[in-house]
Design a protein around this ligand. Structure first.
Ligand code: GLP
Length: 243
């Protein structure tokens, strides 16, 4: 089932997104969160920090698993997703860092590290809420358009357009890693609930394709149509082509 929530400004976007996560933690303090990076969830995380400071939410018993990480970036690299998560959320709330998981971008054997991440996820049980953004090419996590998609956490070569889109965070496109480690499509779809978030007119076409187009591995986000519980949080611009 697809539940579309359309909001009219950034503040509402962040409040609604944070409210969904906080509501889960209030009813299930031991919730397993699937977390995402990118620019879209930043304000949602900031609002969650506010809710934490107001005593309205606690992460003390929660666990988290992030979707993806760049291969080759150490945890303290300014653009690593581990550092992003620490700075945008973890360092400001009461989550135990030991209970936060981000794929290891510097593992000597990335394939093996990917398998270990899959095992850790399986051992933890079902993710209760998976946050997702969407790439302009329809990627979720770093599952890029391809003839075949992978079920579990794996190493992926990033598409040129993805590296170009993410170059804004680096000094130049040459500094953007060529590979990443990402949860696979089955790992994402196993989550009890998915919160897909998109903002801005540049996401309108791909979001409409993802949610209403034919299922295809060439737009990995179309596979979300097979999930029983997806909440789509959009602003007016991103939701402009959704009825
Ligand atoms: C990145 C991330 C995705 C993210 C997407 C959109 O490359 N790997 O997890 O959802 O691209 O990013 P943004 O929210 O900045 O548009």
């Amino acid at each position: 089932m697809l539940n579309i929530i359309k909001v009219s400004n950034d503040q509402q976007f962040n409040e609604v997104g944070a409210g969904i996560i906080a509501g889960l933690l209030q009813s299930n303090p031991r919730a397993i969160l699937g977390l995402a990076t990118g620019s879209t969830p930043v304000g949602v995380y900031s609002h969650l920090i506010e809710l934490y400071k107001q005593g309205l939410v606690s992460f003390a018993k929660a666990q988290s698993f992030n979707l993806d990480e760049y291969i080759g970036l150490a945890a303290d690299h300014p653009e690593s997703y581990r550092r992003f998560m620490n700075e945008k959320l973890f360092n400001h709330v009461d989550i135990d860092l030991m209970n936060t998981h981000v794929p290891d971008g510097t593992a000597a054997d990335p394939e093996k590290a990917a398998q270990e991440y899959t095992r850790m996820l399986e051992d933890a049980g079902q993710v209760d809420l998976q946050l997702l953004g969407i790439g302009h090419n329809g990627h979720i996590g770093f599952n890029e358009p391809a003839d075949e998609l992978q079920a579990n956490t794996h190493v992926v070569e990033l598409k040129k357009d993805t590296r170009a889109a993410n170059a804004r965070f680096f000094n130049s496109i040459d500094e953007v890693p060529t590979h990443a480690m990402t949860m696979g499509i089955a790992s994402i779809l196993k989550s009890r609930q998915i919160l897909l978030m998109a903002r801005g007119a540049s996401k309108a076409d791909i979001l409409a394709r993802a949610l209403t187009g034919p299922l295809t591995t060439q737009c990995p986000a179309t596979l979300l149509q097979t999930h029983p519980n997806v909440v789509v949080l959009v602003d007016e611009a991103a939701g402009g082509r959704l009825s």
